[in-house]
Design a protein around this ligand. Structure first.
Ligand SMILES: [Ca+2]
Length: 156
């Protein structure tokens, strides 16, 4: 069995020590605490970046965030600036448009990514929004199965 030199092991520990506090500090400025507190199996949307001002959450789908039915209604449409996925087994596909044809510009959020802190950094896959951003432009969502090839663009 090969032994790791003591100096190298110490260096590795020092490296870990330097990384852990930085990650913790960064998490406070993101959606990390919202993700911890989120209900398992649900997606969430927020009015502002970094999961500030909860708009709504859903374990189901909603083909129109601006109508008067479902988990997202009225002024919820074209309002989200950050999104979160705490689903159990699925990814979420968000759309620029509405309707159960689930067509037009979309962007997906994976469970591994967990949340997109600022949609100003993300665009729909076909970039049809006027300013090219998914920010304040999401109008519907559905859950999709990983590996089903529905997603051409991923939020980060
Ligand atoms: Ca709705």
């Amino acid at each position: 069995m090969r032994k790791i030199p003591a100096a190298l092991a110490a260096l590795a520990l020092a490296g870990l020590g330097a990384i852990v506090p930085a990650t913790t500090a960064q998490a406070a400025e993101t959606c990390s605490d919202n993700y911890t507190g989120a209900l398992s199996g649900y997606m969430y949307a927020y009015e502002h970046a970094y999961c500030v001002n909860h708009i709504g959450n859903s374990a189901s789908w909603d083909s129109d965030w601006g109508n008067s039915s479902g988990p997202f209604q009225g002024s919820d449409t074209n309002r989200a600036s950050s999104i979160l996925n705490k689903g159990n087994s699925s990814e979420i596909q968000f759309f620029n448009g509405t309707g159960q044809d689930w067509a037009g510009g979309h962007i997906c959020l994976s469970r591994n990514e967990a949340y997109a802190s600022n949609l100003n950094n993300d665009e729909f896959h076909n970039n049809i929004d006027d300013n090219g951003s998914a920010n304040d432009a999401i109008s519907s969502h559905r859950w999709v199965t990983p590996g089903d090839n529905n997603c051409d663009r991923w939020a980060s």
